[in-house]
Ligand binder design. Structure first.
Ligand code: SF4
Length: 276
């Protein structure tokens, strides 16, 4: 069985928390840690690929089990031949990503999980170019415990911070949350104060419509004050079908459409990468 970017099924390997995927945006193999095994998130993005997504927080984490799964996978990836056997030639182990089926920072044991990652990463002598990535919608990043836990984690780390739009109506439509620009700024500033940060923006055609010019301008204005601090922007579109019931028809953008939108963001001095 080969891992491919179009299949991120977390059930293939029968582990509860830790699972490998090949990721377009990570540029290789990403070892995911799913802290939301109950498929609960505080957002409900209409394009979300998590099946049976519910609104809420994660169940308590079995930290011993998470540690054992992480040990096994790190051994497989660093010392074993898993990558050669199950991925395309040239694929490299790129990151350990706190992602999964909901918002990872909602997890009460977030700090303990980071400590386990640090200990097992060190024990396994993982190459130091493997990053620890936090894939987040940012909503809990201004909470002190979350911020402190991330700041104290000594490994090479990066936050991937979701901002799909700066327009509150589009955020309601796409992410199904009420979020003001001030709240986005506060969460983003919290991320930037503790870590290298990459903006993750999922672009979709909704009922055949591309994001409007005015929305792109709002997005640029929101990020402009932070352009010196933001590492880069990833613009991506749907790689897999949504698992959510939605009245809207969602469509993936073409390469040309993604590049066209990236060009319209040229007032930002931030490197922009597109993944269609
Ligand atoms: S924030 Fe992520 S996990 Fe939560 S609903 Fe959106 S895409 Fe799904």
């Amino acid at each position: 069985m080969k891992l491919v970017v179009t299949n991120h099924n977390r059930d293939i390997f029968k582990t509860r928390y830790v699972y490998p995927v090949v990721s377009r945006r990570a540029g290789g193999l990403s070892l995911g840690i799913n802290l939301n095994t109950n498929n609960a998130c505080n957002w409900q993005c209409i394009y979300c690929e998590v099946p049976n997504l519910t609104r809420g927080k994660p169940d308590p984490i079995d930290l011993n089990l998470l540690r054992v799964e992480l040990q096994d996978w790190l051994k497989n990836l660093v010392e074993g031949d898993f990558i050669e056997k199950h991925t395309d030639p040239g694929t490299r182990f790129k990151d350990i990503a706190l992602s999964g089926n909901g918002e990872p920072t909602a997890c009460k044991e977030f700090k303990s999980v980071l400590r386990i990652i640090e200990e097992e990463f060190t024990a396994c002598k993982c190459p130091t170019d493997i990053k620890i990535r936090l894939i987040t919608n940012g909503s809990y990043l201004s909470e002190k415990e979350v911020q402190d836990a991330w700041q104290e984690m000594p490994l090479e780390k990066e936050i991937w911070f979701k901002i799909d739009s700066a327009n509150t109506l589009t955020i309601q439509q796409l992410n199904q949350v009420n979020l003001t620009q001030n709240q986005i700024r506060k969460n983003l500033e919290s991320a930037l104060s503790v870590s290298s940060t990459v903006i993750q923006t999922c672009l979709t055609k909704i009922n055949g419509q591309l994001p409007q010019e005015s929305e792109i301008c709002e997005y640029v204005s929101l990020l402009k004050p932070y352009e010196k601090k933001i590492n880069s922007i990833h613009l991506y579109s749907l790689a897999r079908p949504t698992e959510q019931k939605t009245l809207y028809s969602l469509e993936r953008l073409s390469d040309k459409e993604m590049i066209h939108i990236a060009d319209k963001m040229d007032k930002l001095s931030i490197p922009i990468f597109t993944f269609s």
